[in-house]
Ligand binder design. Sequence first.
Ligand SMILES: Cc1cc2nc3c(=O)[nH]c(=O)nc-3n(C[C@H](O)[C@H](O)[C@H](O)COP(=O)(O)OP(=O)(O)OC[C@H]3O[C@@H](n4cnc5c(N)ncnc54)[C@H](O)[C@@H]3O)c2cc1C
Length: 454
Amino acid sequence: MDAFLRELGDIPHTREASALRVKSADFSWFSPIMSAVLDGRTAEVVLSPRTEEEAVRIASACARHRIPLVARGAGTGNFGQAVPLAGGAVVEMLGLDRLIWQRGNVARAQAGIRLGVLDTQLRRQGREMRMHPSTKKLATLGGFVGGGHAGVGTVNWGILRDRGNLLGLKIITIEETPRVLELRGDDVNLVHHAYGVNGLVTEVELPLAPAYEWLDMVVVFDDFERAAEFGMALATADGILKKLVSVHAWPIPSYFQPLCIPEGKAAALLMIGAETREGFEALVRDYAGTITQCVPEAGIYEYTWGHTTMHALRADRGLTYLVCIFPRDDTVGAIRRVHRKLGAEVFMHLEFKRFAGYMTAEGVPLFRYQGFEQMTRLYKSFEAEGVRIANVHTFLLQNGGMKDIDAAQIGFKRRVDPYLLMNPGKVAGLDDLPGGISGAALEAAQLPASGWAY
Ligand SMILES: Cc1cc2nc3c(=O)[nH]c(=O)nc-3n(C[C@H](O)[C@H](O)[C@H](O)COP(=O)(O)OP(=O)(O)OC[C@H]3O[C@@H](n4cnc5c(N)ncnc54)[C@H](O)[C@@H]3O)c2cc1C
């Protein structure tokens, strides 16, 4: 390690224990299974490149000294993606933080730029990101590409891996003489949602959406099923501008204290275009909802998507979650059946989204964790209603179920990282799990998730 660091010269780095702890952690504490396995796993050094040239020097030195490395944005991933399992270096990309150019409806930025900063800059030109995670303020562009999948805006644009949502990526290979590669078209998905195992991303090119004047809205309903029906009606109301349709069964709204949602009500948290407000209000009347909040955009999305789980867990650490996708041909019917069957045990949280070309809902329901048997039983109960499950309690890439790791992916990995130094332990079967990973991780990986890859 000393020789490795000497070679890196003035590239900022730290080996201070508290920095190593903080920069080796992410939000895998969301999962009681993963937090037990990943807690205390740390890198030996944190490197903070300021330029692409410094990132190339790091890639070369890692290859020559066979130092494992984990790329890191803001560390907001919640599947343990950014937790180093084999020590080595965390490469924090926050120094590469420039919007490189914006031309009409396309922009290119460095990977370490925070999404909130990027979106603010784009809005000055009347554009915005097509979608962003609810962690927009903190998360980086490279981290969203490496570890994320969808978010606010997905109700209009589908998920990040849908063709057209990522136009190009620049990566650095981990070789003695690193190559700088530009991936375009379908090749971007070799790197997207690959947990940073396929090269250091330094630049990302994105298509943009027109920036609208968004209103943050809360609409409450007497019962959850009505709220879910309203959610689907709004998501498919083509003339009404919307960017977020997030529906919650009681008691989830009780975790959103600043929103003051009345006791016992189901709530829809929404972003609606100001110019279509009248049509929206008519739809609310059709479904007997009550608007309890309507303000200019102020960050309501920070109660939705992964933030819902975070607020709930902060209030009650006994809770955990699962992630599922409802069938596209019977979305509301399946939501109703699952709610009637499991509503006493499972609190429903829905994010309406375009998925594989259809409007449907992702479920991120919460429940009180009682162990593997309960988790397995719940997975099977959802699947019996035609609902597919993504396993969010494993750090193994293919077991999450959101990505197929096929021969092309493995072949690409070997070409860009021939010594298998990038984020070792995250691709099952490719590199052995580093020592000390307990059987629980493997058990979690075997939860019977049906997966979502398409
Ligand atoms: C409260 C909460 C809400 C969330 N909501 C959403 C949501 O709405 N939608 C969603 O998709 N996700 C969501 N997530 C997950 C996460 O926030 C997002 O995926 C986010 O975009 C990650 O960005 P980051 O910069 O923190 O990445 P990190 O956590 O730092 O990294 C994520 C992965 O990408 C890799 N990586 C990071 N930078 C690079 C790089 N430059 N080159 C190569 N690999 C890299 C890392 O190695 C890691 O495997 C949420 C998480 C939390 C905790």
